[in-house]
Design a protein around this ligand. Sequence first.
Ligand SMILES: C[S@@+](CC[C@H](N)C(=O)[O-])C[C@H]1O[C@@H](n2cnc3c(N)ncnc32)[C@H](O)[C@@H]1O
Length: 205
Amino acid sequence: MPTSGSDESIRVHDLGADEYDRQVEAYESHGHDLLFGLSYEFTRPGQRLVDVGIGTGLASLAFARTGLEVFGLDGSPEMLRVCRAKGFARELRCQNLQATPWPYPDCAFNLAICCGVLHFFGDLDPLAGEVVRILAGDGVFAFTATLPDREQTGVAVQPWVERDTPWGVAIFVHSGRSGAGWRSMATLADGCSLAALDTFQRASA
Ligand SMILES: C[S@@+](CC[C@H](N)C(=O)[O-])C[C@H]1O[C@@H](n2cnc3c(N)ncnc32)[C@H](O)[C@@H]1O
């Protein structure tokens, strides 16, 4: 049976979980540090943070060190195993992010972060809708996204563009324009703060 794109994006992380942290360091990828730097001023010790696509925990570890309670969702049992061994997360759940609803009640969190994950999804509305639902009214959602390079004008007029990668997993470059799957994000921005960070991974054509 053919696997869906999201199954593939989980499978590659399962296979590479033990190497993941070393690879992030080797690629000099600092999206998780930047996300923390942008967001921590909105946080207070004791608040509840959900890390959407927590992986090995690179993005939420710093928040845990400043006293937040970290909850994590990810579809890869192997990435979660590596994360669990670090011992900082209060709760980790294995969950395909495309399967909704997520296993949390409404308004459960003060902060949601999502680092290096959105580029695995075309339409972001289902994911954004769940973030809106589980965040408290004054919550903050901080995320990274892959936006088009300036010369990629075609992407700017489309909601998103799918790209193949050498490792066999499709990624999606989002235009960031209205109607681009950010509808729920706009809803979120009415009641919550939104910190978008376009640095994690600029798509190379
Ligand atoms: C590039 S890693 C980022 C991990 C972490 N957020 C970080 O900053 O290092 C992407 C993560 O998204 C997870 N992921 C990808 N597609 C998913 C899906 N459909 N459902 C759940 N998790 C998924 C992978 O398992 C992986 O842990």
